[in-house]
Design a protein around this ligand. Structure first.
Ligand SMILES: Nc1nc2c(ncn2[C@@H]2O[C@H](COP(=O)(O)OP(=O)(O)OP(=O)(O)O)[C@@H](O)[C@H]2O)c(=O)[nH]1
Ligand SMILES: [Mg+2]
Length: 326
């Protein structure tokens, strides 16, 4: 089931407008000779058609819960991190409540019209008014479901196959590196947390391709204190990475000291296998700084300048590491 294939979310006003318009159109089709009877049947038809439309719309929206439940674990977890599973479920529960209430109201209203318990037009208007006030009670939930749908549409599409994840602190040049390595053009701005979601690019390799994932910057702090943007990055490392390229900015122009970058690096190597350190911004890094940093890291590093296009070593490394894996 493709999670992205969901009907568009409507506001209560729009939903009522469509439902009432369709109902009026259907009511005009009622063909009965007797004028009094025709009026009664037409009003009953309007109640039935509008209720059908609204109830089936709410039923389709309820299915969003099942869709999220059967989405791939990575997409599901991103939604849970950014929105929260319980909040999604309680919005869906309120849609169910509204649906049941409208369905019951429909049965009662149609029976009243049939049994002549008042003027049919007044009874139908009464049904419309009550339906509108039920939908009004869930207008916040309908809007929220619209937000979830937008989030779903923006979910990254991740493919199977060899995947390299770029990680590091904010502003060190991860997105610039993705841009250099792949033809995709992620948004790049000189301030932290430019990347708020996962970005994906591909390096073609024969009839295969290597998937490169750019993550939001991660700060050096305990997991419990991490914000939803950082949590997405950790999730990408955990769920998707065959190999991790940890990007350093030895110049510290990113706004973070080497000490904090090293502390994050140590946390990453403690928790994940296959991590390679990269020293970016080589175009503005003095040779002695780069040597000192390499010593502190304690293992050989790849050096590059993402913005100057000096990334051949990184590209070669990725191709080799993929060959070892494929
Ligand atoms: N001089 C120089 N500047 C670079 C290099 N790579 C990136 N920058 C600059 O560093 C800034 C941040 O680059 P991004 O690629 O957005 O960094 P990021 O790691 O993706 O940042 P977040 O998405 O916030 O985590 C931009 O102003 C880039 O132009 C480089 O190799 N050399
Ligand atoms: Mg970025």
């Amino acid at each position: 089931m493709d999670i992205k294939k969901i009907p568009p979310a409507l506001t209560p006003e729009k939903l009522l407008q469509i439902a009432f318009k369709r109902a009026a159109k259907e009511a005009r089709k009622v063909q009965v000779q007797n004028k009094g009877l025709r009026k009664k049947r037409a009003e009953e038809r309007r109640v039935r058609e509008s209720a059908d439309y609204i109830v089936s719309y709410l039923t389709r929206m309820e299915k969003l819960g099942d869709k999220i439940g059967t989405a791939d674990p990575f997409q599901r977890e991103i939604l849970e991190i950014s929105i929260g599973a319980e909040t999604i479920q309680s919005a869906i529960d309120r849609l169910t409540w509204a649906k049941i209430k409208i369905a019951k109201l429909e049965v009662r209203s149609r029976r009243n019209i049939r049994m002549r318990k008042g003027d049919p037009v007044t009874l139908r208007k009464d049904f419309y008014g009550k339906t509108a006030s039920i939908l009004d009670k869930i207008s916040g939930d309908l809007k929220f479901i619209g937000d979830i749908q937008r989030a779903i549409k923006n979910l990254p599409t991740i493919k199977e196959g060899y995947t390299v994840v770029l990680a590091g602190m904010p502003n060190v040049g991860k997105s610039s590196l993705l841009r250099g390595l792949t033809p995709s053009t992620p948004e790049i701005q000189p301030y932290p947390f430019t990347t708020k979601n996962i970005l994906v690019g591909y390096i073609p390799l024969g009839h295969r391709e290597i998937q490169i994932i750019d993550t939001p910057g991660i700060l050096d702090r305990p997991l419990a204190n991490r914000n939803p943007i950082e949590k997405q990055a950790i999730l990408a490392l955990r769920e998707l990475a065959d190999h991790i390229l940890f990007v350093f900015d030895p110049t510290e122009t990113c706004g973070y000291t080497m000490n904090s970058q090293l502390s994050l690096y140590r946390e990453i190597i403690e928790n994940f296998q296959g991590v390679t350190p990269i020293l970016n911004k080589s175009d503005i890094t003095p040779a002695e700084t780069s040597e000192k940093v390499e010593e502190e890291i304690g293992s050989p590093t790849l050096k590059c300048s993402a913005t100057e296009g000096e990334i051949d070593d990184v590209k070669e490394f990725i191709l080799q590491s993929s060959k070892n894996r494929l």
